[in-house]
Design a binder for this molecule. Structure first.
Ligand code: UDP
Ligand code: MG
Length: 238
């Protein structure tokens, strides 16, 4: 696939990411500009730190950048789903705003679309990993992955990744039912599109150096509730 064949819609949810969004947008431009046609849709949930102002300024300079503003923090999954509902591209990317997902990994993920409907940027396949996470975050992530595997039965090693690309046809029909619960849109999609061809590509997740994580106990409970709602949708595991 090349620039001429297809377009990418990159959806980036933000809540108080003013320090990160500028460098990320530049990084995406640097990683894709010559090779791929793309648009970036930043979905900002009324960040008090003024993230939206910086995105508006970037959008004024670059027609590939768009801002979707929501009035308040309505949940990460629903933010990504809202961005997807505005996406015009053939392939829909979701990635975090805090530079944990490296723009230079984008072309590698895109290349894997040749044989897949869903490409997961995976911390838990050979060659992938996390950098800078304290032990408790490593444990939370591993436990969440196990819970997702056991309860929902998804095949991916990193079903809770926030970095992934979806073929438009896979996600579009599911949009009305997506993102209602918490952080983990990929998990929902894997569960609701059991016939999709899934490939995992190793990424290095780099813990944010600026701003704060929004993961908290409330999100952890929502994750468990999501797993319960999605439980065992795969016929072969019933
Ligand atoms: N985020 C968001 N709305 C929320 C929570 C998070 O838009 O309610 C964004 C956040 O700005 C970041 C991404 O989602 O771009 C991942 O969040 P975070 O870095 O806080 O999570 P972590 O990486 O610590 O799991
Ligand atoms: Mg983060």
């Amino acid at each position: 696939m090349s620039k001429r064949d297809a377009t990418l819609s990159i959806v980036i949810p933000t809540y108080n990411e003013r320090e990160n969004i500028g460098p990320l947008l530049s990084g995406i431009g640097g990683a894709l500009k010559e090779a791929w046609a793309y648009e970036v849709i930043v979905v900002d949930d009324g960040s008090p730190d003024g993230t939206a102002e910086d995105v508006r300024a970037a959008a004024a300079d670059d027609p590939a950048i768009r801002l979707l503003e929501r009035p308040r923090k309505l949940g990460l999954g629903s933010a990504v789903a809202a961005g997807f509902s505005q996406a015009g591209g053939d392939y829909w990317v979701m990635m975090d705003a805090d530079l944990s997902h490296r723009p230079q990994d984008l072309p590698v993920l895109v290349a894997a679309l040749a044989n897949a409907d869903i490409v997961v940027g995976s911390r838990y396949v050979a060659g992938g990993g996390t950098l800078g996470w304290p032990l408790h975050r490593q444990i939370i992530s591993r436990v969440a992955g196990k819970v997702a595997h056991l309860m929902v039965g998804v095949r991916a090693r990193d079903a809770t990744s926030g970095f992934a690309i979806f073929r438009r046809e896979v996600v579009e029909p599911l949009l009305p039912s997506l993102g209602l619960e918490g952080f983990k849109l990929l998990l929902e999609l894997l569960a609701k599109a059991p016939d999709a061809r899934v490939t995992e590509v190793p990424i290095t997740f780099v813990e944010r150096s600026r701003g704060q994580s929004k993961l908290n106990l409330g999100e952890t409970f929502k994750f468990i509730r999501l797993c319960w709602r999605l439980r065992r949708r795969f016929p072969d595991r019933r």
